[in-house]
Design a protein around this ligand. Structure first.
Ligand SMILES: [Zn+2]
Ligand SMILES: [Zn+2]
Length: 416
C-alpha cells in the first residue's frame, strides 16, 4: 500500500476542508462555533494529573494559598491549551480557503505551528517550558525511530550504545548539579560535599562487608546502610505510584463499560520495570558514593562523577525513549547554560545566540511536527501525543485521520 504522504494530492483532489475536517458541520463558521463550545473539557481532562500528582507528592503542608496557586496554574495551562486547539482547527479552514485546495503540510503541521506560535505568546515561562520540552522530547523520539542514518540505526538497535550514552549524560548532569551554579529538576540530586569530620568515629560496615575508613566521611546524617535503603524505598514507591496512576488513568474507560474487569486490567497494565529502574538507579549511586568516599577518605566531585556514570547502567532495566530523550535534552540545556555562565569574554556571536528565544521556536516546531506525525505517520506517534491531540480536539483529528485513510483505501481499490 502506498503511503499517505505519496498519494495525498490524488486522494484529496476536489475535496474541501468541510469534506476532510468537518463534514458534520455545514460551514466553517459553524465548525468554529462548535469547536469553541465542545473543546472545553478536553484540555482540563488532559491536565488533570497535574492537579492531582504534585499535591500527592508534596505529602503535607497545604495552605489556601497553595491550593489557589495550583488551581490558577492548572486553569491557565488548560485554558490556553484549549485555545491552541481552537486556533489549530480553525486554521485548517483558513488555509484551505487561502490556497483553494488541501495542502499536505497545511492540514496539520502548519495549523499546529501557527496555533502554538499565537497562543505560546500568552503562555507563562513555566508552561511554555513544560509544553515545549514535552513536545520536543516526543519529536526527538519520532526522529530517532524514523531516521535512516546508519549512526542512528545503530543507536536504536543497540541497547549497549543507548546505555553508554545515558551513562555519559547522567554523569554530566549530576556533575553540573553538584557544581551548584545551575539549578534544574533531575531524577536525583548529588550530596553537598562537606569536609570529613576528623574526630568522628564510624566503624559501621556497608552491607556488612565494607569498612575501609574509621572516620565518618559521608555528609549524610544517617548510617550508610540507612541512607542507601532510604533512597531505594522512596524511589521504588515513587515508581510504583507513577506506574499505578498511569495504569488507572489508561483504564478509566473500562470503569464505565465493565467495572468488574477494571482492577484486573489495571494490574495487567502495571509493570515493575520503572520501580526496579528507579530503585537500582538511586541504590547503586548511593552505594558507590559511600564506598568511594570511604575508600578515598573524603567526598569529592570525582566520586560523584564515577558513581553517577556507573549507576546510569540501570538504564538497561528500563531502556525507554522517554528516559533517553529527557536525559539528552537536560544534558544539552545544562551544558549550554554552564558554558554560558562560566566562560568569560564570550564571543559576540555566542551572546547573540543566547538571545534567540529557543523555547518558543522549539515549541512551535515541535507542536507542528507532532500534529503532522499523528495523521501522516500515525504508527510513530507516541501514545501521549495521540491522547493530547484527541482530548483537545474532541477526537476531530482522529476522525480526520480515519477519513483520509478510508479515502486512500478507496483510491487503492479503484486503482487495483
Ligand atoms: Zn472549513
Ligand atoms: Zn555513606
Amino acid at each position: 500500500m502506498s503511503e499517505l504522504s505519496k498519494c495525498f494530492y490524488e486522494v484529496t483532489a476536489g475535496r474541501t476542508c468541510r469534506d476532510l475536517c468537518h463534514p458534520e458541520y455545514a460551514s466553517c463558521w459553524i465548525s468554529f462555533v462548535e469547536s469553541v463550545r465542545r473543546l472545553v473539557p478536553g484540555s482540563y481532562k488532559l491536565f488533570m494529573p497535574l492537579l492531582v500528582i504534585p499535591p500527592l507528592l508534596k505529602g503535607g503542608g497545604y495552605s489556601w494559598q497553595y491550593w489557589w496557586d495550583e488551581l490558577k496554574s492548572y486553569n491557565d495551562l488548560s485554558f490556553k491549551t484549549y485555545a491552541i486547539g481552537i486556533v489549530g482547527l480553525t486554521l485548517q479552514c483558513v488555509f484551505y480557503k487561502l490556497f483553494g485546495k488541501l495542502h499536505f503540510f497545511w492540514v496539520m503541521a502548519m495549523p499546529g505551528f501557527f496555533s502554538a506560535a499565537f497562543v505560546g505568546l500568552r503562555l507563562s515561562k513555566a508552561h511554555l517550558r513544560l509544553q515545549g520540552i514535552t513536545y520536543f522530547n516526543m519529536m526527538l523520539q519520532v526522529v530517532l525511530t524514523k531516521s535512516k542514518l546508519r549512526l542512528v540505526e545503530v543507536l536504536r538497535e543497540s541497547k549497549l550504545c543507548g546505555t553508554l550514552l545515558f551513562m555519559i549524560f547522567n554523569a554530566r548532569i549530576m556533575d553540573l548539579l553538584q557544581n551548584g551554579n545551575i539549578k534544574h529538576f533531575w531524577m536525583m540530586y548529588p550530596t553537598k560535599i562537606k569536609d570529613a569530620q576528623e574526630n568522628s568515629v564510624d566503624t559501621s560496615k556497608i552491607l556488612g562487608l565494607i569498612t575501609p575508613c574509621d572516620r565518618k566521611v559521608c555528609s549524610h546524617e544517617k548510617s550508610c546502610d540507612a541512607f542507601i535503603l532510604d533512597g531505594i524505598l522512596k524511589y521504588a514507591l515513587t515508581g510504583f505510584i507513577i506506574d499505578y496512576v498511569r495504569a488507572i488513568f489508561s483504564m478509566i474507560p473500562l470503569l464505565y463499560k465493565d467495572s468488574s474487569r477494571f482492577l484486573p486490567a489495571v494490574w495487567r497494565r502495571f509493570s515493575f520495570d520503572l520501580m526496579l529502574f528507579l530503585a537500582t538507579y538511586i541504590g547503586s549511586y548511593r552505594l558507590l558514593c559511600c564506598v568511594l568516599s570511604r575508600h578515598s577518605g573524603k567526598e569529592s566531585p570525582l566520586n560523584n562523577k564515577i558513581a553517577s556514570f556507573l549507576c546510569g547502567m540501570s538504564y538497561m532495566i528500563y531502556p525507554r525513549y522517554q528516559v533517553f530523550t529527557i536525559a539528552f535534552t537536560k544534558f544539552v540545556e545544562m551544558s549550554w547554560q554552564h558554558f554560558f555562565k562560566t566562560t568569560h569574554d564570550l564571543p559576540w556571536w555566542v551572546l547573540k545566540l543566547d538571545q534567540i528565544p529557543y523555547l518558543r521556536i522549539v515549541h512551535m516546531f515541535a507542536v507542528g511536527y507532532m500534529y503532522h506525525t499523528l495523521v501522516f505517520h500515525a504508527h510513530l506517534s507516541p501514545p501521549f501525543n495521540s491522547k493530547a491531540i484527541n482530548f483537545c480536539s474532541d477526537n476531530r483529528v482522529e476522525r480526520l485521520k480515519r477519513r483520509l485513510l478510508s479515502w486512500m483505501l478507496e483510491h487503492e481499490w479503484n486503482k487495483a
